[in-house]
Design a protein around this ligand. Structure first.
Ligand SMILES: Nc1ncnc2c1ncn2[C@@H]1O[C@H](COP(=O)(O)OP(=O)(O)OP(=O)(O)O)[C@@H](O)[C@H]1O
Length: 449
């Protein structure tokens, strides 16, 4: 493993900051402040020192108090004292997060931490984190034994957008030994997390048992593994780029065009399904679940009503589209809603000068939108209306069928009734008797799906 001398590390770090600082950010703006994610451990302690030695920009230091360890208060105090001792104008922020101790609280703590960072990061601010080469390789081993795919195995990115700002990991190519040497030579102090020694945690097991045997056989294994991970990351990002484009062309996130999917080779069908599910449901499917989605739902007869339930999602086919529905969506019972008033929210109604708007007369008292006469509700059955551009009155059920609206979605479309007459089908159609003259002010249903 190639190591960094004290001065090498400092110049590697400064030039990285410089490159990053001069690279255009998302909107070609310059960096306003650096933020440091400071746990008090060795890595972020060295990171903080390197930053303060290298920059003239404002620095904010963020510590997350998880409250899990008995020493959490001591760590917080250590971090505050370290920052104060710099005698510079550095802002110190400590945030407490509540992490319940059930299940994988390591992962929950991690998620809570990133959420705070995301919330705190302002525009043109960059959050620096202390991940180093060993972290990168340990994460790889951890994910390998869990059976991750390419995007999971690909290394952590050196930078990526985070909230309104960016995240940067400037030490990602630096071995931990170099950080230790730097800290010792500068006589920096840091806190040791007592849980780092426990072999109960996978990461510690890899660090203490797997990594040393690897390095004794192949001393530069970590550097070459990291190189492979960065190539894997590039490939995975480029694949995501093309898959995103495919998804944009072939409809939205909630439905997938099966005719277009059918034209692809089977391996790419599986790849795209896996990618789409991850984006839609926020987590991955196992290989067995994916093949079942492809074989039993995607390839099912059009009228088979096949359903696959995974986690909080149901995957269903209707005609040439595959739908991912969050289960709370589908559990709606379709009952008539007595008094869903016309308030902002999922459905709201705006007054606009637009020929496609609704003409709804003021009531006797001159109240323009009398809630007692207009209601938003859901389909009960038997509704009829005369859509704009149509010569006949239509049954809503048949109209929805003709529009290709999937059966389980039909009971979830908000309908606007005025004096018990169906006036608008969400923002999809209005009854022509209620249409405004062009240029007149009218009402428009806005449906935030
Ligand atoms: N409680 C925390 N508060 C602020 N930042 C944190 C916290 N925990 C981790 N980080 C940030 O995440 C990086 C990686 O964290 P990880 O959990 O891998 O290691 P760590 O053992 O906490 O790191 P360190 O040695 O810096 O303490 C840290 O270097 C630091 O920048």
């Amino acid at each position: 493993m190639s190591s960094y001398s004290d001065t090498d590390l400092l110049s590697h770090f400064s030039s990285l900051l410089n490159v990053f600082q001069n690279e255009p950010l998302q909107k070609q703006q310059t960096i306003k402040a650096w933020c440091v994610a400071f746990s008090g451990g060795l890595d972020s302690r060295v990171l903080l020192h390197l930053l303060i030695t290298s920059t003239s920009l404002p620095v904010r230091v963020i510590h997350i108090h998880h409250g899990i360890s008995d020493f959490a208060d001591d760590w917080e105090n250590f971090c505050r004292d370290t920052v104060v001792a710099y005698d510079a104008d550095i802002e110190f922020i400590s945030k407490r997060v509540a992490v319940d101790s059930s299940g994988s609280f390591e992962e929950k703590a991690r998620q809570a931490r990133y959420q705070v960072f995301e919330d705190l990061l302002g525009e043109n601010e960059v959050l620096l984190m202390g991940h180093h080469l060993n972290d990168q390789v340990e994460t790889f081993f951890q994910r390998l034994v869990r059976g991750a795919g390419l995007s999971g195995l690909a290394g952590m990115p050196k930078s990526r957008p985070l909230g309104k700002g960016q995240l940067l990991r400037p030490l990602l190519e630096v071995p931990r030994a170099s950080l230790l040497k730097y800290a010792q030579e500068r006589e920096l102090s840091w806190v040791e997390d007592e849980s780092n020694d426990s072999l109960d945690y996978d990461r510690n097991y890899i660090r203490h048992k797997i990594a040393p045997s690897f390095l004794s056989r192949w001393p530069s294994a970590f550097t070459s593994i990291a190189r492979s991970l960065s190539v894997a990351r590039q490939d995975s990002e480029s694949l995501s780029f093309y898959r995103d484009q495919w998804l944009v062309v072939n409809r939205s996130l909630t439905e997938l065009n099966l005719a277009a999917l059918g034209e692809l080779p089977r391996t790419e069908q599986l790849g795209l399904l896996s990618y789409w599910v991850r984006k839609r449901a926020g987590h991955s499917m196992s290989y067995d679940q994916l093949t079942s989605l492809l074989n039993d739902v995607v390839m099912s007869q059009q009228d088979a009503q096949a359903v696959l339930r995974v986690g909080a999602f149901e995957f269903r086919r209707y005609q040439q589209a595959l739908y991912a529905l969050s289960i709370t969506d589908t559990e709606f019972d379709g009952a008539w809603s007595q008094e869903i008033t016309l308030q902002p929210g999922q459905v709201h109604i705006e007054r606009l000068p637009d020929g496609s708007c609704l003409r709804l007369e003021p009531d006797d008292q001159g109240v323009v939108f009398p809630e007692n006469r207009c209601l938003i509700g859901y389909r009960q059955g038997g509704e009829r209306f005369k859509p704009v551009g149509d010569h006949h009155t239509r049954e809503l059920k048949k109209w929805l069928q003709a529009q290709g609206v999937a059966p389980w979605l039909r009971s979830q479309i908000p309908l606007l009734y005025c004096n018990q007459q169906l006036v608008a089908v969400a923002d999809l159609a209005v009854d022509q008797a209620f249409l405004c003259q062009s240029g007149q002010m009218g009402w428009k249903v806005i449906w935030q799906r």
